[in-house]
Design a protein around this ligand. Structure first.
Ligand SMILES: Cc1cc2nc3c(=O)[nH]c(=O)nc-3n(C[C@H](O)[C@H](O)[C@H](O)COP(=O)(O)OP(=O)(O)OC[C@H]3O[C@@H](n4cnc5c(N)ncnc54)[C@H](O)[C@@H]3O)c2cc1C
Length: 302
């Protein structure tokens, strides 16, 4: 046990608990406020015990690597759970299956599948998040989404109970799942089809090259800002509304891909959110389309 704070109702943990733990240190935008409590459990049992003893009035939020997150400047009240490396194990199972811990990175899952001659998971190469984040967000690219490869996933619910959810229970739609607030995805079982490692590897390289050419991968960003509206492309609407390069404070609409917002230096989360709202306003004025945020915005304004 590293830290206990009985005064505030945060129960003991085998792993680490940090009061005021920084999220800006690792989330892609590199800005925003801290977690009231940043919790890193050692294993499923530890997480389950912790949540079962945590005051039900305290909110719980899972984070992966924050590649789809704006954390507001006032920080996140309650407990933020970030799964450590001990949750990043990946094993190959019979039937072209890949079992991945919630903290395993998509690129590593795709690479292990390639090495085992399992095709169909290549798209994860282009999504810079964790397996848990991909399952929660129904992350997708190149015509495939998490729902196309998921068999089942293990969740630790807010009350500490451990549940195995089959695919149907996620009620997937575009970038949306039925995973309830406070539940943590600790493991996912994916399934592909037999394939040739060289062909799979070539497809992964093609995806990587295409991403590099079209997305601001080396910038502080949060991925696609807005969902594509039915029958349209968010980036085209943003571009047509004249928002390419639009700047508020340290936040800018990417010149390379107009559905990406960037922290070009010293941006606050408020700058980024205000820029997103300004883009939505201009797009509505120009085309009558109300863009919906795809990036998850969490925490309190300062
Ligand atoms: C350069 C770039 C390119 C991108 N390209 C794509 C793309 O092509 N397709 C696409 O779909 N997305 C894309 N994204 C967005 C992002 O990578 C995905 O949404 C990814 O699935 C988020 O994973 P994460 O682990 O970073 O989750 P986070 O950003 O940390 O969290 C996202 C959401 O998932 C929840 N969450 C995270 N981990 C867990 C968990 N273990 N259990 C329960 N809930 C959890 C969080 O609470 C939050 O609601 C891109 C992002 C960037 C920066």
């Amino acid at each position: 046990m590293n830290m206990t704070d009985t005064c505030t109702g945060v129960p003991p943990l085998e792993g680490t608990v940090k009061r005021g733990g920084s999220l800006a240190d690792f989330i892609w935008f590199r800005c925003g406020g801290p977690a009231e409590w940043l919790v890193r459990p050692t294993d499923v049992e530890d997480l389950s015990q912790f949540l079962s003893q945590l005051d039900p009035a305290i909110s719980v939020l899972a984070v992966g690597v924050g590649s789809n997150l704006i954390v507001r400047d006032g920080g996140v009240r309650g407990v933020v759970v970030r799964l450590p490396k001990s949750f990043a194990e990946i094993t190959i199972e019979e039937g072209n299956r890949v079992r991945a811990g919630g903290a395993a990175m998509g690129i590593t899952v795709a690479s292990k599948a390639r090495d085992a001659g399992i095709a169909g998971l290549e798209f994860l190469r282009g999504i810079p998040g964790t397996a848990g984040g991909a399952v929660r967000m129904n992350a997708g690219a190149y015509g495939r989404e998490a729902q196309d490869i998921l068999v089942e996933a293990t969740l630790v619910m807010r009350d500490g109970t451990v549940e195995v959810w089959p695919l149907e229970r996620f009620e997937y739609s575009y970038r949306h799942s039925a995973v309830p607030a406070g539940a943590i995805i600790v493991e996912a079982l994916f399934e592909g089809v037999p394939g040739d490692p060289e062909t799979i590897g070539a497809e992964m390289e093609r995806i990587a090259a295409e991403r590099e050419a079209s997305q601001p991968l080396r910038s502080r960003t949060g991925g696609s800002t807005f969902k594509n509206p039915p029958g349209g492309k968010a980036w085209q609407l943003v571009d047509a509304a004249g928002c390419r390069g639009l700047t508020i404070g340290g936040a800018q609409v990417s010149e390379k891909h107009t559905n990406f917002l960037l922290n070009i230096g010293g941006a606050t989360a408020a700058d980024i959110e205000a820029l997103g709202d300004e883009v939505r306003r201009r797009v509505f004025e120009h085309s009558g389309v109300e863009l919906e945020w795809e990036i998850q915005r969490v925490g309190d304004a300062e």
